[in-house]
Structures are given as structure tokens and as C-alpha cells.
Design a protein around this ligand. Structure first.
Ligand code: NAD
Ligand code: ZN
Length: 254
């Protein structure tokens, strides 16, 4: 866990803040049991790099491999729960009613803990849509995790309108971020006076640039991460520890 003086300093900064914003990455979900891409050990799929599966080209080239990986992640998501850190952030939203959560995560753990105003920069895993006509696709039955084999290939369902293959609702490497969501995230971060950055390595652009945007606007930046992060040099404070204990501690210290 992070040291106590740093936690108290962060709590004081948060108490003083009129317009805080929260920015989360894969590390936010790690303690719920969803592995991060970097440093994670999702052994079943460690044969492939996410950058090799999470692209439009990969889906075109080998759709059953890519869809199988996403269905595995959907099945995994169905088995996990928000942790103390997700609940703590939702409680902060009760105190700062305009508080926005900007997340790179494609899971719905913030929402399940009761957070509202969650901006998903990289889309949402379960918002399935047609890869051709973009129409939403509902009614997909996610198989139970224990019925899936490691590296299992699966044929994606077909769109009822154009027969195109269904894809997950995530932003793939090489694709643009959802325009409105990005604009809302930029606006929130440009106007914030404190940015709480949780569990992101700072290696995926343009999301990572939001930390610099906050700094240029004069906001304090507080980092929550057990390890180094590309954002360390931009942070006023680095609370070293897992999101669960640190965020719950921060809430308690307010
Ligand atoms: P990343 O995997 O690059 O980095 C994760 C960061 O979290 C690291 O700095 C690591 O030290 C830190 N971390 C690990 N355990 C932590 C904990 N318990 N508490 C706090 N921090 C912890 O993640 P990223 O920067 O979000 O970039 C990865 C990309 O992969 C994103 O685009 C994201 O959409 C995607 N992704 C999403 C999920 C998800 O939705 N849950 C999971 C994996 C990857
Ligand atoms: Zn279609």
C-alpha cells in the first residue's frame, strides 16, 4: 500500500478540488480478475499479443480466432465483480455530483459499482455490432467460462440485416475513438482541477495524451499504480499500490 503521508496529501488535494476527473485503465480492473494487457498473465491467451488480435486486419484475416478471444473475455467479465476501488469511486460521485469517469476499459465494472457519467474511450465489449453496417446486435448468449477451451476459435454470429459478421463494441488498434465520447472527455479534462489517474501504463494514444492536457490546464495529477508508469513524470503525487486499497483508503481519508 502507498505510504500514509502521500495518501493524506492526496486526500487533502481532493478535498480542495472543485472539479476532479477520474481517468482509469486496465489496472483498475486487475483486482477484479481481468488481466491487464501489459504485465498481465492471461496464460490462456498469452500466445498472442493483444496488438495482433485487436485490429480490423486480424478480424478480416482470422475472424474465428479474434471472435473466440473476445467471447472468452466476455465470459470472463460475466464471472467477475467490481472491487472496493470501483465502489469507492462511485461514492466520490455522490460527493462531486458532476464527477466524470473517463475510462480506457471496455468492461462495465464502473457502472456495476454504481458510477454514472462513465466515458468509454475504447468502447464497450458487450455493445456488439455489425462489422459491415454497424447496426447494434443484441441477444448474444455468452457461454460459461468453464465451457471454453484455451485459444478456442468461434464463428461470429451474422447480422440479421446485411449478413455481415458481428464484432465486439471495442475500438481496435488503428481505429478512431468515438468522436463524441472523446470530445466530452477532452472537455471534462480541460476543465478539471485535479485528475486522478488509476492503473494505466500511458502507452496507448491518444488516451495517454489526456494526462498532459490536464497538466497544461493547471490541474493537479495524482497517480494510483503499484508500478512505474509513463505518466510518473507528469504526476504531482504517485500513490503506489493497488486500486482497491488505495482508492478505498483515499475515500476514508476524505
Ligand atoms: P496497461 O495494461 O497498459 O497498463 C496497466 C497499468 O495498470 C500498469 O501501469 C500497471 O502497473 C497498472 N496496474 C496493475 N495492477 C494494478 C492494480 N491492482 N491497481 C492499479 N494499477 C494497476 O493498461 P492501459 O494503459 O489501460 O492500456 C491497455 C489497453 O488495453 C487499453 O486500451 C484498454 O482498453 C485495453 N484493456 C482493457 C481491459 C479492460 O477493459 N478491463 C483489460 C485489458 C486491456
Ligand atoms: Zn449488418
Amino acid at each position: 500500500m502507498s505510504d500514509e503521508p502521500a495518501l493524506q496529501e492526496a486526500a487533502a488535494a481532493l478535498r480542495d478540488s472543485a472539479r476532479p476527473v477520474i481517468f482509469t485503465g486496465a489496472g483498475m480492473s486487475a483486482e477484479s480478475g481481468i488481466p491487464t494487457f501489459r504485465g498481465g498473465k492471461d496464460s490462456l491467451w498469452s500466445r498472442w499479443k493483444p496488438e495482433e488480435l485487436a485490429t480490423p486486419m486480424a478480424f478480416q484475416r482470422d475472424r474465428t480466432l479474434v471472435w473466440g478471444w473476445y467471447v472468452y473475455r466476455m465470459a470472463q467479465l460475466a464471472t467477475v465483480q467490481p472491487h472496493a476501488g470501483h465502489w469507492a469511486l462511485a461514492e466520490l460521485q455522490a460527493r462531486w455530483t458532476a464527477l466524470t469517469v473517463v475510462t480506457q476499459n471496455v468492461d462495465d465494472l464502473h457502472e456495476r459499482a454504481g458510477s454514472s457519467r462513465v466515458l468509454h474511450l475504447h468502447g464497450e465489449l458487450m455493445k456488439l455490432r455489425c462489422s459491415v453496417c454497424n447496426r447494434p446486435f443484441t441477444g448474444f448468449d455468452v457461454p460459461a467460462l468453464e465451457t471454453m477451451e484455451p485459444g478456442q476459435r468461434l464463428e461470429p454470429p451474422r447480422c440479421g440485416h446485411c449478413d455481415g459478421f458481428i464484432r465486439p463494441g471495442v475500438v481496435w488498434f488503428g481505429e478512431s475513438l468515438p468522436t463524441k465520447t472523446w470530445a466530452r472527455a477532452e472537455a471534462a479534462i480541460r476543465g478539471c482541477d485535479l485528475l486522478l489517474v488509476v492503473g494505466t501504463s500511458g502507452q496507448v494514444e491518444p488516451a495517454a495524451s489526456l494526462v498532459g492536457l490536464a497538466r497544461r490546464g493547471g490541474a493537479r495529477v495524482i497517480l494510483v499504480d503499484p508500478d512505474e508508469s509513463a505518466h510518473a513524470g507528469q504526476a504531482d503525487l504517485h500513490l503506489r499500490g493497488g486500486a482497491g486499497a488505495v482508492l478505498a483508503g483515499l475515500r476514508d481519508a476524505l
